[in-house]
Ligand binder design. Structure first.
Ligand code: ADP
Ligand code: MG
Length: 577
């Protein structure tokens, strides 16, 4: 069957090409063609928001200012300065990228509502400057008689220009769609789902967020440039805060993570006002209500709703089979120091959570870190993995001093971890979670996929690969977290209470997993509360209490020490009192 090799993606491209070819023929009349042009230009800018908001999860209410930058680059560049259209276009993209990077850099310090406020500020400043700085912008009257770009044939009719604009929209849509499942796109979605976990798996979250803003700005400007030459006239009030909100609505109505959704949303919100024009006074009420209803009742947007219906029809492609055993790092002689901690301290204000702890984790061993609740175990793991900067002390990992470095940097040196309170990328599938973990060890997409497939098989998750992480039972989610960490082929694996919350049989599985990993030479630092697990698995134990080390050595000896018993018993009695 010839048709069987024609994948859904190919149908989408074919459909897109047909739509680009036919729409300018079907939508006729100067006015309607202009609306079509507007839909194309807006869709391009909305696809920028798909990247920054849909993929990377960063709110931006400044997209209209990037749209305006692109439009003004064409307007000013060609009309005022007599530049070639394409040169003006590229200059606009450069200015937009610069603005995008500046805006993205604010996410280093701010997130959520604060970020929204900053982007609104950016937007308002843009509108004010373009309205009031007449010498630069032509003032509130805007710029007229903007030329169209030369493109093989003269684009002098609205219809020809519509073909050009829609073809550009299709190209951008395909590129943004391809980005989604690329390395960068997966990193963006990891940042959206759980920034801390992403960072701890080696994703440079700062770079990823700034890149998302830069791409979004470029697409905003590209849309604006196409708009300017479509309407041949621009004025600052087209690029105000209201337009930014409209871009946001397009993406939310269509489905924030889907390219088809954003294009659909842009098309709908461009044509809807035209269709509703008959309603005169109540038009805005109906328009607003439609948006609100879609967002409330279809949280994943119109396209999300469509995919929900089609999910039962389209079977996902199976993940590639695991080729060979789970790859392992290592290659160092057993017993060599992997992680050396000297006089490590972490104070939270007056609270001495960790207060001068030293120990060494050696190649090939399972090193247990135990102590009563609140004694500072998780804090030690957080400092080692770079989520907290140490207050004092030295951390040496594989011969390099890593204390105070960013988590992603330390992860890239070869350390991965799991979390006491699960930190999965909840909306992503098991497969995607593990792929992101596999990216740590580098290599091309094939290598990443192979590592991910072996880690998934090793953790017996193959049949669940296409399930969303959040839909899995707790014990399974914990296995996904381990698979995600293993796929990055770490030199050292940090496990924070992997058995907590597991059933007895799940605990037994965990024991076998850790034993197998040990047999393959993986070095592990294990924080665990279940003493039977600790005594079965560990070769060396460090005991801490109130942030200080109270005992260390071989399991049988350490567990028999009176001080250790007292720390646990004392705590239990304190808890009872
Ligand atoms: P454990 O993992 O051994 O149960 P933790 O390392 O989680 O203990 O906590 C040690 C102490 O540090 C506790 O008193 C806890 O309340 C405190 N602590 C942990 N993280 C923070 C933080 N981010 N800010 C303030 N105090 C913290
Ligand atoms: Mg803890």
């Amino acid at each position: 069957m010839r048709m069987a090799t024609f994948k859904p993606g190919h149908w989408a491209i074919l459909g897109g090409v047909v739509a680009v070819a036919l729409l300018p023929l079907l939508v006729t009349g100067r006015y309607n063609t202009n609306v079509l042009l507007l839909a194309g230009a807006w869709a391009i800018a909305a696809l920028g928001l798909t990247v920054v908001l849909g993929y990377a999860g960063q709110i931006s209410l400044a997209q209209a200012s990037f749209f305006g930058i692109g439009a003004y680059a064409i307007g000013l560049g060609t009309v005022h300065y007599g530049l070639n259209w394409w040169l003006a276009f590229v200059l606009g993209l450069v200015v937009a990228v610069t603005g995008g990077i500046i805006l993205g850099a604010t996410t280093l310090r701010l997130g959520g509502h604060y970020l929204a406020m900053v982007t609104i500020g950016f937007q308002i400043i843009f509108t004010l400057v373009m309205t009031n700085w007449s010498a630069l912008s032509g003032g509130p009257d805007g710029i007229t008689r903007i030329p169209r770009p030369p493109f093989f044939v003269p684009l002098n009719t609205a219809q020809r220009y519509a073909w050009f604009a829609l073809a550009a929209t299709l190209l951008v849509a395909l590129a943004v769609h391809a980005l989604r499942d690329s390395r960068l796109g997966r990193s963006m979605r990891a940042v959206r789902e759980n920034e801390i976990a992403a960072e701890a798996l080696g994703v440079d979250t700062v770079r990823v967020k700034i890149t998302a803003f830069a791409i979004s700005a470029v697409l905003g400007a590209a849309g604006g440039s196409i708009y300017a030459s479509g309407f041949l006239y621009i004025a600052p009030d087209t690029f105000d805060f209201g337009t930014s909100v409209q871009f946001l609505a397009m993406v939310l109505v269509g489905g924030r993570e889907s390219v088809a959704g954003s294009v659909l949303g842009a098309g709908l919100l461009t044509f809807l006002p035209e269709w509703l024009r008959e309603l005169k006074k109540i038009y805005l009420v109906v328009y607003g209500s439609i948006i609100v209803l879609v967002i409330v009742f279809m949280p994943e947007g119109l396209w999300g709703f469509v995919t929900l219906l089609s999910r039962s029809l389209v079977r996902p492609t199976p993940i590639p089979p695991a080729r060979g055993a789970l790859p392992m790092g290592g290659g160092r002689p057993a017993g060599e120091p992997v992680l050396v901690i000297e006089n490590l301290g972490k104070y939270f204000g007056g609270l001495k959570a960790v207060d001068g702890v030293s120990f060494t984790v050696r190649q090939g061993e399972v090193h247990a870190l135990i102590g009563p609740n609140g004694s500072g175990k998780t804090t030690i793991l957080n400092v080692i993995s770079g989520l907290y900067a140490p207050s004092f002390g030295e951390i040496t990992f594989l011969g390099r001093s890593v204390g105070g470095q960013r988590a992603s940097r330390i992860a890239r040196c070869g350390m991965t971890r799991t979390f006491q309170n699960l930190r999965l990328f909840r909306e992503l599938t098991v497969w995607e979670n593990v792929l992101i973990g596999a990216q740590r060890a580098g290599g091309d997409e094939t290598a990443i996929r192979e590592r991910a497939a072996s880690a998934i098989e090793f953790m017996s998750l193959t049949i669940l690969a296409h399930n969303r992480a959040r839909n899995l039972p707790y014990g399974t989610q914990k296995r996904v977290e381990i698979a995600r960490a293993l796929a990055g082929v770490p030199e050292l694996l940090l496990l924070d209470e992997p058995a907590a919350g597991l059933t007895q049989s799940e605990k037994q599985d965990l024991v076998e997993i850790v034993q197998q990993l040990h047999a393959r030479g993986l070095t592990m630092l294990l924080v665990e509360h279940d003493m039977s697990l600790v005594s079965q698995l560990s070769h060396h134990i460090t005991v801490i209490n109130f942030g200080r080390k109270i005992a260390e050595g071989a399991p049988e000896r350490v567990l028999a020490e009176p001080a250790v018993g007292e720390a646990y018993l004392g705590n239990r009695e304190a808890a009872r009192a």
